[in-house]
Each structure stands twice: as C-alpha cells, then as structure tokens.
Design a protein around this ligand. Structure first.
Ligand SMILES: *[C@@H]1O[C@H](CO)[C@@H](O)[C@H](O)[C@H]1NC(C)=O
Ligand SMILES: *[C@@H]1O[C@H](CO)[C@@H](O)[C@H](O)[C@H]1NC(C)=O
Ligand SMILES: *[C@@H]1O[C@H](CO)[C@@H](O)[C@H](O)[C@H]1NC(C)=O
Length: 218
C-alpha cells in the first residue's frame, strides 16, 4: 500500500514536471512552427505588396509602440532580468495585430494589395490561435514586468485618447520588415537552419540579407 502511494506520488510529480517543462524550457512548442512558416511564406512577398503597390514614401500613422524592432527586443532583455521569452512573444502578437489592422484600414476595398494583406491577417490569427492553445491559460494571466505592462497599456488605449506625441509615421513595408525580423528572433527554433547557426536577433544578420534582396531590383 505504502509503496503504491509512493509510486503514485512519484508519477504525479513526474507528470507535474512534464506539464511544467514546456512552459519554462521550450517557449516555442513545435506546433507553432507550421503556422509560423506559412506566415513566413506570405511575408516573403512583402516587398511586392507593401512597397510597389503604394505611392513612393507612403507612410501610415501607427502607435509609437507599434514600431517594434530587434533593437526593442534587445533593450527589453537588458532592462528586465530573466525576461521570459513567452512575454516577448505575447507582446509580438499584441503589437502586430494592431499593425495589420492599421495597414488594412488605409487600403480601399479594391486596392491591389488588399487580398494579400487580408490573407496575411488570417494566417497571423491562425498562428495566434495555436499559440494560445499550446500554453496553459494561467500563462496568459501572469503578471507582466513593469516596462512590458506599460507598453501593453499604451497599445490597448482608445485611439482618441492617445496623445499626438505617441503617434509615428511608418511605411507599410518597414512595419512588415519589423514583423518578419522580430518573428524570426522570437521564434528562432522554428527557423533554425541545419547548415549554419544564425542569429536572427542580430541586426547585422538582416543587413546582409537586405543587400542580397536589393540586388535584382536596383
Ligand atoms: C522564410 O522565408 C524566407 C524568404 O523570405 C526563406 O528564405 C526561408 O527559407 C523561410 N524559412 C522557413 C523556415 O520557411
Ligand atoms: C522620398 O524620400 C526620400 C528620402 O527622404 C527623398 O529623397 C525623396 O525625394 C522622396 N521621394 C518623393 C517622391 O517624395
Ligand atoms: C521601440 O523603440 C522605439 C524607440 O527606438 C520606441 O519608440 C518604441 O515605443 C519601442 N517599441 C516598443 C514596443 O516598446
């Protein structure tokens, strides 16, 4: 009897460990990779749809915190000791749902990039659905570090209560560049390549890529 209950306890303990482990050790569940790769495929056409179909130097008005770049991620990691990747991933979803909404809003019904953007948004929502379902609900109720909570509160403010000083102008293409680069950085396990160790969080990685990108065009 005693032995039985000990082994039940042990089993329970192991199960508990097993349930906790994915949250603490592997912030990116494997199930996230399929929708993120689909999103990555869409994003590979962003130059065509977010630049060529818009007037030169066209910008849209976004919230200051909707400019979310690799430099923001490294700054936040420095500011908050032991910052959980999951917190940054949540912020990434929060920021980019607003970005996509704002890009869609400026495009008339018949804009040539509208179907592309609408599909991008659907794929983004799919990834978000998988993200939410692959973590226990408690994770989303956890208190956020103060800087992140401040950013979050600003992002979710009523637009007409946002002071003029917190709006920024950014091109749709630059917003989607940020979207794409930060996605690779925060979900790097899904984009790891077999041949080389890549640091998707480093700005210089993307600089190299950009030169390659530009060659056929200019
Ligand atoms: C992501 O898209 C880029 C093209 O923009 C491609 O080179 C890369 O292989 C894709 N990564 C994955 C993991 O699908
Ligand atoms: C676009 O912006 C660049 C850099 O600010 C400027 O040099 C160029 O004249 C602008 N082009 C147009 C068409 O406004
Ligand atoms: C990213 O940094 C810029 C300043 O470089 C700031 O204006 C913006 O609010 C930051 N974004 C987030 C999400 O914190």
């Amino acid at each position: 009897m005693v032995q039985l209950s000990t082994s039940v306890c042990l089993l329970g303990g192991l199960l508990g460990l097993f349930l906790l482990a994915p949250v603490q050790m592997a912030p990116t569940p494997a199930s996230m990779c399929t929708p993120l790769k689909t999103l990555n495929d869409s994003l590979s056409h962003r130059r065509r749809y977010m630049k060529h179909n818009f007037p030169i130097n066209y910008t849209i008005r976004v919230h200051q915190h909707e400019v979310f770049k690799l430099s923001n991620i490294s700054r936040m990691r420095l500011q908050v000791e032991g910052l959980d990747e999951l917190v940054l991933q949540r912020l990434w979803f929060q920021v980019n749902q607003g970005v996509l909404k704002k890009i869609l809003r400026v495009m008339p019904e018949r804009h040539p990039s509208r179907p592309y953007t609408a599909e991008l948004e659907i794929r983004f929502r799919d990834a978000e659905g998988v993200f939410v379902h692959s973590h226990p609900a408690e994770v989303f109720q956890q208190e956020l570090p103060e800087v992140i909570q401040d950013t979050w509160d600003h992002l979710t403010e009523e637009p007409d209560r946002v002071p003029e000083s917190r709006w920024r102008y950014a091109s749709p293409k630059s917003l989607l560049d940020n979207f794409c680069h930060t996605m690779h950085c925060l979900f790097s396990e899904c984009f790891a390549s077999k041949e080389a160790q890549q640091d998707y969080c480093s700005v210089s990685y993307w600089r190299k890529g950009r030169k390659k990108d530009l060659e056929p065009e200019s």
